[in-house]
Design a protein around this ligand. Structure first.
Ligand code: HEM
Length: 482
């Protein structure tokens, strides 16, 4: 027993047994002084942290982003500074509604989160596998999520609540159409696209701002399960995504995505007929063609899932110079919400955890609290406040100055004026993108999802579909009739 790794207490002292309690006599009770046993049981009691309120079930990997095309005319972000430049990335994909133990192959939107550890700090791209979202105002987000989670009395999920909410929020019909289409159950994250969904912005070295959309296009091709296939699969395994992804990466078969952007000059947004900051709408690819940026390759399974994936804390507020927000009101709310969730779920200094710690120097004046396991980060031991007299202490960096974001208008609560605008894009998706077989599966998937809904809720939702196209409503009605 010379070279074997030896057990110690968590304070580092060698420990004599991991199987036998210290007792008073061979048959006697355990002694209080067997503190290592108490320590072991106490640790077990603290092995769980609150699960994410949404996107609780997830799968993650580590990898690399490599720049293949020059976009410095749009962004001065250092991660894009030259072709061939590589940046480490931590990904986490997720379902939205299910709890941490939910089956992987469920019909749901998938989260698509990427943390780029750039030399200028972390850039988090916290998107979904859909280019749009259900609602466009953050007031509606908690209620929407409540309809996706369990009913307070039955403790079951409630299609009645989901379709009641959707029928009264017709802006969601675009996203619900995608959710009920083939894309609603990807085979695993390697076979789906990722989207920033919101409009973000980029600015270049000359201080010009552009509005942008982020796209990560799967290089494995799209692949999906039907409801029946997913049902059969879940009967065999609830962890199909984890098995597929972990297995692919262990086998050296690394999934890849092509990172592309759509770009709109800042001024153009003012003259458009549509609101480019409305998260329920996409931008035409004809008018705003995809521009290649680079390749994302996920090529490493984390050694410890909890450390790197459960502890991962993504936030749209994590941006780097050269990448910015937009006036999208949902995005503005998300900029607040995520860090607040992390302080609750993980603790005050969650950004010092290995999954979240930037891989560049960090200097801030935040002080103590849970997880204060980093040394003074201000540049000088006496500089625990700012401004201060110490030459070496951290000072604000004017180079990080963002060009001014032009904002204008009266403070008010605005609703979309054009009530028809929400139906145009789902209509094009239904009529022009889907073929007959896809439309048929959409009708049946939706009918299956709403089979238990009451007549008023069903009729209200069918009237929303009717505004998209009468064939859509008729197709779902027919499927409901069996
Ligand atoms: C997770 C809030 C909209 C994508 C979360 C979490 C919160 C949250 C609190 C849990 C964070 C945690 O505990 O770690 C909100 C709010 C929204 C919103 C308030 C609207 C106002 C969206 C949208 C998208 C999105 C539009 C995609 C475009 C995600 C993803 C995660 C997540 C991918 C999981 C992150 C991870 O992998 O850890 N959201 N969300 N959310 N959200 Fe949102």
């Amino acid at each position: 027993m010379t070279d074997k790794c030896k057990l110690t207490t968590s304070a580092g002292a060698p420990w004599v047994s991991n199987e036998t309690s210290e007792t008073a006599g061979a048959r006697g009770p355990v002694l209080m002084q067997d503190y290592q046993l108490i320590e072991k049981l106490a640790h077990q009691n603290r092995e769980r942290i609150p699960e994410r309120t949404v996107h609780a079930k997830g799968w993650g990997a580590q990898g690399t982003f490599t720049v293949t095309h020059d976009i410095t005319r749009y962004s001065c972000a250092k991660l894009f500074s030259e072709i061939g430049k590589q940046t480490e990335v931590l990904s986490r994909w997720s379902t939205v509604a299910g709890e941490a133990g939910a089956a992987d192959a469920e019909r749901d939107v998938r989260g698509f989160s990427l943390k780029f550890y750039t030399e200028d700090g972390n850039w988090d791209m916290v998107g979904n596998n859909t280019p749009v979202f259900f609602v466009r105002d953050a007031y509606k987000f908690p209620d929407f999520i409540h309809t996706q989670k369990r009913h307070p009395r039955t403790n079951m999920r409630s299609p009645e609540a989901m379709f009641d909410f959707w029928g009264r929020s017709p802006e969601c019909v675009h996203q619900v159409t995608i959710l009920m289409s083939d894309r609603g159950i990807p085979k695993n994250p390697a076979h789906m696209n990722g989207y920033g969904s919101h409009t973000y912005s980029m600015w270049n070295a000359a201080g010009e701002r552009f509005w942008v959309k982020f796209h990560f296009r799967t290089m494995q091709g799209h692949a999906h399960y039907t409801n029946a296939e997913a049902g059969a699969l879940i009967g065999k395994t609830r962890e199909s995504y984890q098995e597929d992804l972990f297995g692919m990466i262990e086998a050296g078969n690394y999934p890849k995505w092509r990172f592309m952007i759509q770009v709109m000059p800042e001024k153009e947004a003012e003259t458009l007929a549509f609101n480019p900051f409305d998260l329920t709408k996409v931008w035409s690819h004809k008018e705003y063609p995809l521009i290649e940026v680079g390749i994302l390759e996920m090529n490493r399974n984390p050694d410890n899932y909890f450390q790197m994936v459960e502890n991962a804390a993504y936030s749209p507020s994590n941006k780097v110079p050269g990448i910015g927000y937009s006036p999208d009101k949902m995005l503005q709310a998300r900029v607040f919400s995520y860090a607040d969730a992390h302080r609750y779920r993980l603790g005050t200094h969650y950004e010092a955890l290995p999954a979240n710690a930037p891989k560049c120097p960090v200097h801030h004046y935040h002080k103590d609290g849970a997880m204060r396991f980093f040394p003074q980060q201000t540049g000088h031991p006496d500089a625990y406040y700012s401004p201060n007299q110490y030459e070496e202490a951290a000072v604000a960096d004017p180079a990080a100055q963002e060009p001014p974001l032009r904002i204008d208008g009266n403070a008010d609560r605005y609703v979309q004026e054009d009530a028809d605008a929400d139906y145009i894009q789902p209509r094009a998706l239904y009529l022009e993108v889907m073929n007959d077989a896809e439309r048929d599966r959409l009708h049946h998937n939706m009918a299956e999802a709403m089979a238990s809904c009451s007549t008023p809720v069903t009729e209200r939702w069918l009237s929303v579909l009717n505004r998209v196209h009468p064939d859509y409503a008729a197709g779902v009605r027919k499927a409901l009739q069996g």
